[in-house]
Design a protein around this ligand. Structure first.
Ligand code: UDP
Ligand code: MG
Length: 319
């Protein structure tokens, strides 16, 4: 698709059982787009909802030519539903937003301005919403999020901004790289951070849900965190290597200790050989596990098939 055919802007929102907020969401996003002017589309993805989300969005799409309703075969989960919407959208710039109005669509003009690079600031590839406060979220959700972002910051080289969700504006170049990343367990905010380019935050206050309830119960949150950590870090896999070295050293020391005891005649019969074998074997096993972890980690990185590099600009040479 040539750039001339693209709408200037796409808004992409995954929706799972969002019948109660969807009309208000579409109204508010529509109003924001009216204010901005220019060509735009709104892609809403029904992630296998069991309520009337699909009826609401498909009727809206029939009325308003800007709205595109997409229905998935079944519930794929937030990140994959979002990926489906992103692969369908055609905009030159794309706003990723939740349908529950926790992230105000009215921030879009500010995000666009930041991306344009107003006031002598450089243009940006990504403008991400950074939460100043979280209304209506439990203490547990806030503190678990804090722990999670600290942990993942420790475990990876990628700087994943803390307190940012998927609410962000990305340009076509970043989006195309994101879509070229074939991994199944997607942690999109981390993948966008990994892509790089110039990424700038926009601080905002996150509201509570306009209607409906969170679709992230504890089990889903844990799975999401596990996806995030395992797709950005092989440190847990490598941990067995560290433990392995410690265990091997301890095991060897134990081996020596039991032999010395035996030579001095201090051991019960049978104890020496047993302890020597347990110490040596235990240590060796952990070390071997660590070695397997090291290879598996590299194999895993390779099998993700991410692009090896991403070119930001080429100047000259007619390109
Ligand atoms: N969502 C989805 N599929 C799912 C779960 C959630 O498409 O399986 C959507 C949901 O409709 C919402 C967004 O993902 O637009 C974020 O979900 P939610 O608001 O429940 O998460 P929270 O804000 O509580 O973390
Ligand atoms: Mg929400």
């Amino acid at each position: 698709m040539s750039p001339a055919d693209r709408p200037a802007l796409s808004v992409v929102a995954p929706c799972y059982n969002e019948q109660d907020v969807l009309p208000e969401f579409l109204r508010r996003v529509g109003a924001v787009l009216d204010g901005i002017g220019g060509s735009a589309e709104i892609i809403v993805v029904d992630d296998g909802s069991r309520d009337s989300t699909w009826d609401v969005m498909s009727e809206a799409a029939a009325r308003d030519p800007r709205i595109v309703a997409v229905r998935l075969m079944r519930n794929h989960g937030h990140q994959l539903a979002l990926t489906a919407g992103l692969s369908i959208c055609r905009g030159e710039r794309v706003l990723i937003i939740d349908a529950d109005l926790q992230d105000p669509p009215e921030l879009l003009p500010d995000m666009l301005a930041l991306m344009d690079g107003a006031d002598g600031k450089a243009a940006a590839d990504v403008v991400y919403g950074q939460r100043r406060q979280r209304d209506g979220e439990s203490l547990f959700k806030r503190s678990s999020a804090a722990v999670f972002y600290r942990l993942i910051g420790r475990l990876t080289d990628v700087e994943i901004p803390s307190d940012a969700g998927d609410f962000r504006l990305v340009n076509r170049r970043v989006l195309d790289v994101l879509l070229a990343m074939p991994e199944r367990h997607r942690f999109i905010r981390g993948m966008v951070a990994w892509i790089g380019g110039r990424q700038v935050p926009l601080v905002y206050d996150r509201h509570s849900r306009a209607a409906g309830e969170s679709k992230y119960p504890l089990a889903k949150m844990i799975r999401f965190a596990a996806d995030a950590i395992t797709s950005f870090s092989v440190v847990p896999l490598m941990a067995s290597m560290t433990i392995g070295w410690i265990m091997a050293a301890l095991g060897f020391a134990f081996f020596i200790y039991s032999i010395v005891g035996w030579l001095m005649g201090a051991n019960l019969p049978g104890w020496t050989s047993l302890m020597a074998a347990v110490g040596l074997l235990g240590g060796m096993q952990f070390l071997m596990l660590g070695i397997i972890g090291a290879y598996l980690g590299r194999l895993y990185d390779q099998s993700k098939g991410r692009p090896l590099f991403m070119i930001r600009d080429i100047v000259g040479g007619g390109r």
